[in-house]
Design a protein around this ligand. Structure first.
Ligand code: AMP
Ligand code: MG
Length: 372
């Protein structure tokens, strides 16, 4: 069946993670077992899942998202037993690491077993696996009785979805069901690591902070900061990226996105200059204000063609420049909201690379049309 925009009347069902009953999952489990796909919540972002035991479902995931077929999917499991079936061997240190951080926003690469269809891994010999902490996700996988392959439930290239409404917006008519389990509390995708390299590498920064991983793996290497022309990347990894997803433009709103990266560019005077350039051209400007140290000039805040999203640290006693957790949680939703308001240009005040900042800046650099 082709995933035309009108193939389905997409249903949404709400499931409260605090009151899980098996019956609520019946429609989703039946769809999965019949080789269909389902949108579901995780703590990172919403996923579009299909059972790995039904390869036709995996094809439907790529089709609905319009995802390039050489970008592999992450396989989600609900318990450690499921891991045994998926992998041939555990890399050194993997067991300790997974026992500590699972369930949670960590994805680990393993040598795949023949049970994992090629379409899931895009022909690679490794499979990326994670155990989500969101109770609705784990219950769904448990009741479906098999691992669930799932990328983010957005159209390829768009900001990832952090609510069921975002999934509906992108995939309505193309998928039969979305489970609404509330807002994703982390808001950025999982951290992906490869332990089979020496030293081990962090392939994609994400919901689990680099600093936390480093406590267990001090030699963990950071491959990518997400810059388009990042000279930190070792040559071999630029030529043959080990995470195929690295090479695609990603996370982008419809608007022209300007990322202010340099801290020196973050002064009220400089912000006004950037804003004026587009204001004079009568562009509708969306502004994501993150710095608690800069008061956004009134002319920007008051202008009728400008929409401001305030992601500054809350409360007068909060003296941090940025609340990186808040920015991570709200980033994709803010980009989507500004698109919906018709912003033609979106300016984002970048944040530091510490903690959640690493994943936030990685996403923004991939999404940006211009970096200042
Ligand atoms: P998404 O779920 O949309 O965030 O995409 C999954 C990410 O995991 C993509 O960046 C993939 O390239 C990456 N990934 C999945 N499987 C593998 C694998 N076997 N090796 C390297 N990266 C992978
Ligand atoms: Mg994605």
């Amino acid at each position: 069946m082709s995933r035309k925009a009108d193939s389905f009347k997409t249903q949404t069902i709400k499931i409260d993670r605090q009151q899980l009953g098996d019956n609520q999952f019946i429609p989703a489990v039946e769809l999965l077992r019949s080789g269909e796909v389902v949108g579901f919540p995780t703590e990172t972002v919403y996923g579009l899942g299909g059972l790995i035991t039904r390869p036709e479902a995996i094809g439907k995931i790529f089709e609905a998202k319009n995802r390039p077929p050489d970008n592999p999917l992450i396989v989600h499991i609900s318990d450690f037993q499921m891991l045994d079936e998926l992998v041939l061997e555990l890399p050194r240190g993997a067991e300790k690491l997974c026992r500590k951080f699972w369930p949670g926003p960590l994805t680990v690469l393993f040598k795949k077993s023949p049970l994992v269809p090629e379409i899931v891994t895009a022909g690679l010999s490794t499979v990326a696996v994670r155990m989500p902490s969101h109770q609705v996700a784990r219950k769904l996988i448990e009741l479906a009785g098999a691992p669930v392959a799932a990328p983010s439930a957005n159209l390829s290239g768009r900001p990832s979805p952090t609510t069921a409404e975002h999934v509906y917006h992108d995939l309505k008519g193309k998928i039969p069901l979305i489970i609404d389990g509330g807002k994703s509390e982390l808001g950025v995708e999982s951290t992906v690591i490869d332990l089979d390299r020496d030293p081990p590498v962090l392939l994609r920064p994400g919901g689990l902070n680099y600093e936390e991983l480093q406590q267990l793996i001090p030699q963990l290497e950071l491959v990518e900061r997400g810059s388009k022309n990042d000279d930190n990347l070792p040559g071999e990894l630029i030529e043959r990226p080990t995470t195929p997803g690295l090479k695609y433009k990603h996370y982008s709103p419809k608007a022209y996105l300007i990322l202010i990266e340099k801290p020196m560019a973050r002064t009220a005077g400089y912000l006004t200059k950037i804003w004026e350039k587009y204001h004079q051209k009568e562009k509708r400007v969306g502004w994501i204000h993150t710095s608690g140290k800069i008061e956004l000039p009134e002319e920007i805040k008051q202008d009728s063609r400008t929409s401001v999203v305030d992601l500054t640290p809350a409360g007068k006693l909060d003296s941090r420049e940025h609340d990186s957790k808040l920015v991570a949680r709200e980033l994709f939703a803010s980009l989507r909201a500004l698109d919906n308001k018709g912003s033609e240009v979106i300016v984002v005040e970048g944040i530091g690379y510490e903690k959640e900042g690493l994943a936030v800046m990685n996403r923004l650099k991939k999404a940006a049309s211009e970096i200042i």
